[in-house]
Design a protein around this ligand. Structure first.
Ligand code: BGC
Length: 739
């Protein structure tokens, strides 16, 4: 026995040392016996109806005196509400649950706190471009603190769907196309929302969504089917979820998508075999909105009762919005069609999270927190920092940027120059238009003596060219033109897929007219997805990608335009040249006939280059960075082991700045083919002019694992290429071998 224990400890320590901790079974939460026995006691008293009540998440539309709803609560037929942001209503419903229902089980209140609650930060795809994990943790922590002040216990975030199709509007909600980066960001977000202790009054429960592979929607069309081979599912789409489970997320949300013939919200393989049996997740799963009922439309269930059976037995513990569970499961459990174990298991998980959140001890939210905990100057300062760090300089011909602060006049043109909503972006929580600093305001704050000649020029979509003439006049009488153009917040996000991803409406024509004036033009580009901006990139000297940068966006943009901040953002999603190239992402396979310019019969188009417009990891700075001395300390490494890779990076330009140093590898020969490049590490460093830093990566052989020919998660011996560089196409190249 003793020997076995010692052996187990040794294996455990080796796993920690090699970074190969396999699953959450040894994971963060661990079951608290005190909580578990309290749950046992409650479960023993519950009727089937009360059990299913815990599994029901209802809406109330913030109604003032919802008697009908309260009656449901009294009967124990509601376990949770979503979208209640009025703290008085929240507390009053809670009082009904705690004081007037038979068992007094508190409700849990959920809301989409996606990129901020009242203080709105950049949209997630923008924030990912900062590659700053500490910042991302901090913005989540602020969002959590503010959400609690509105009585929210639980956010439906982070959205961690890997997305490689910019037609899909929800690409804006995630971290982009890369699995490694996405997993790191997932961890940061879970840490930020949940902190170390869920019962802390400044933390909320996280929810990893949308489990799983929703981002693989065919043709980028919203709610469409997903067909993802098992290996791709496990190598590409699942790791961020596994990472979030390991980080201790309290909940997950099952997706809308049909995955390989079994919709995610009825998919036992995903929800039980992988999530519970392999990863040991002990929190609960909520369905996405209506997605249990949608099992009928999918053609998996014949009616609501059948949908309830499929969803609950597959492993969806709580049903959002529709009533398939509450209307059917109590009776189905009583007549044995659904085992009461299914209900007990789901309720146990839900109660566990309620206990962890401290809801049994402190069910009520404190309205006074709104006086002190929301939209504080400190939160705004972080929002400004996040905005600055999210901005990506895409082009800067002849160093047009930064602009001289003594500039006399600026033409500020475009439908987004004075638009608050586009700064907030989709899912902007309780953010208010009046909180937003627009570009116009940000510029005025920075250069108060400069004359600003504003012209809207045209609408965001549709519209006519009536405003063009006025815009041209504004340009003609100014020293420089700043064009605020792109997508408004309602052109991306849920149910906003597009087949054309160029500048919408008449904006490109407006841009061309303004460019004809010969004035230097800077584009400040708003978007929640990659756009096909090939014409702009070729013809306009400077482009600053602003995304939807949050309420401090105007200030952050002005900080960059006038050189108070040196941009360092790098895109985490590939920008295609045209829609025809989609899907296009940096970590593709090589094919048997890789591109060869001279050879017609290689993998290519006859009417477009293969290369993207802008590659993953790309972004410019006001300074330049030189990469030298790639060193691989141990070129032959036994498995398990660590490869030590370093490079010297020097700031060779005139100003200080941050650089995101990226590490990529290629596994040259495998039992299954591997991508041409894979991100395996990054570091965001700060360098003064002339300063050099050595950046070192300890690449564990565990980080080189993939699902091999036998579908086992393994690292295989052989030769690897390695690159350290500023993006996914440039960099110093070396190699190593695993023995
Ligand atoms: C979305 C989810 C969201 C839920 C609740 C659904 O339509 O897909 O991401 O959390 O609504 O608002």
């Amino acid at each position: 026995m003793k020997i076995r224990i010692i052996l187990a400890i040794c294996i455990f320590l080796t796993l920690i040392q090699t970074g190969c901790m396999p699953s959450a079974e040894q994971g963060k939460n661990g079951l608290d016996p005190v909580i578990e026995s309290k749950i046992d006691a409650i479960l023993a008293k519950m009727t089937p109806e009360e059990k299913v009540g815990q599994m029901a998440q209802l809406i109330n539309d913030n109604k003032e005196d919802p008697e009908e709803i309260k009656n449901e609560i009294r009967k124990g037929r509601a376990g949770s509400f979503l979208n209640i942001t009025n703290i008085e209503i929240r507390n009053s419903l809670q009082k009904t649950a705690v004081e007037e229902s038979r068992l007094g089980i508190p409700l849990i209140f959920g809301y989409d706190v996606i990129h901020g609650m009242r203080t709105v930060f950049p949209v997630p795809l923008a924030e990912a471009a900062s590659w700053d994990l500490d910042l991302m943790e901090k913005t989540a922590a602020i969002a959590a603190k503010e959400a609690r002040a509105y009585g929210i216990d639980w956010t439906f975030a982070p959205m961690i769907d890997i997305a490689r199709d910019p037609r899909w509007g929800r690409i804006v909600e995630g971290a982009g196309e890369d699995t490694y980066l996405g997993s790191m960001i997932t961890r940061a977000k879970v840490r930020g929302f949940q902190g170390d202790d869920l019962s802390d009054p400044e933390t909320i429960a996280a929810c990893l969504k949308h489990y799983a592979a929703y981002g693989a929607s065919q043709a980028g069309r919203e709610y469409s089917t997903t067909e993802v081979p098992e290996r791709v599912l496990r190598d590409v789409y699942l790791p961020p979820f596994k990472a979030g489970v390991e980080e201790g997320t309290a909940t997950l949300m099952s997706g809308f998508n049909d995955l390989n013939g079994v919709p995610a919200s009825g998919n036992k393989y995903l929800l039980t075999d992988i999530l519970r049996d392999e990863w040991g997740f002990d929190g609960f799963v909520v369905s996405d909105w209506d997605s249990i009922k949608q099992l009928i439309a999918h053609g998996l269930a014949k009616d609501k009762s059948h949908a309830g059976i499929i969803g609950s037995t597959a492993g969806v513990d709580m049903e959002m919005h529709t009533h398939c569970y509450i209307e059917n499961l109590p009776e189905l459990a009583m007549n044995g069609a659904v085992s009461e174990d299914v209900l007990d298991t789901a309720v146990r998980r839900i109660l566990r999270v309620k206990f962890r959140l401290g809801l049994f001890d402190n069910p009520y939210a404190d309205p006074k927190l709104q006086d002190t905990n929301i939209l504080t100057p400190e939160h705004r300062e972080v929002a400004r920092q996040a905005a600055k760090e999210s901005l990506v300089l895409l082009k800067n011909k002849n160093n047009l940027l930064p602009l001289d602060k003594n500039i006399k006049s600026i033409a500020l043109i475009g439908p987004l120059a004075n638009n608050e909503r586009a700064l907030k972006g989709t899912w902007s929580g309780m953010g208010r238009d009046e909180d937003v600093v627009t570009i116009m305001q940000g510029i005025k704050n920075t250069v108060p003596n400069c004359t600003i000649n504003y012209a809207k020029g045209c609408d965001i979509t549709g519209g006519d060219d009536e405003g063009f003439a006025e815009a041209v006049k504004a340009a003609e009488k100014s020293d420089v033109v700043i064009m605020a153009i792109g997508e408004s917040e309602d052109l991306n996000g849920e149910s906003h897929s597009r087949t054309k991803i160029d500048l919408p409406g008449r904006q490109k024509e407006l841009l061309k007219e303004i460019n004809k004036t010969g004035k230097p033009v800077v584009i400040v580009l708003f978007t929640g997805r990659p756009l096909t901006i090939d014409w702009s990139l070729e013809n306009i000297p400077a482009i600053l990608l602003a995304w939807h940068p949050g309420i401090e966006g105007g200030n952050g943009i002005a900080d960059v335009l006038f050189g108070d901040y040196n941009p360092a953002g790098k895109i985490t999603v590939t920008f295609p040249r045209s829609v025809g190239q989609i899907p296009i992402y940096y970590n593709m396979k090589n094919t048997g006939r890789p591109f060869d310019e001279e050879d017609r019969f290689t993998s290519k188009y006859i009417d477009s280059p293969n290369t993207p417009l802008l590659p993953f990891g790309y972004g410019l700075s006001y300074t330049t960075f030189d990469y030298k001395n790639l060193k691989i300390e141990n070129e032959k490494v036994a498995i398990p082991g660590t490869v030590k890779i370093s490079a010297r990076v020097t700031n060779t330009g005139p100003v200080a700045g941050h650089e995101v140093v990226q590490l990529y590898i290629r596994d040259l020969v495998g039992s299954v083919t591997r991508p041409v490049k894979e991100l395996k590490g990054f570091e965001r460093i700060y360098l003064e002019p002339g300063e050099t830093k050595t950046v070192t990566f300890d690449l564990s052989t565990c980080d080189l694992k993939f699902y091999d020919i036998n579908m086992e998660y393994n690292v295989e011996p052989g030769n690897f290429k390695v690159w350290v560089g500023p993006n996914s196409v440039e960099g110093l190249e070396g190699s190593f071998e695993l023995l």
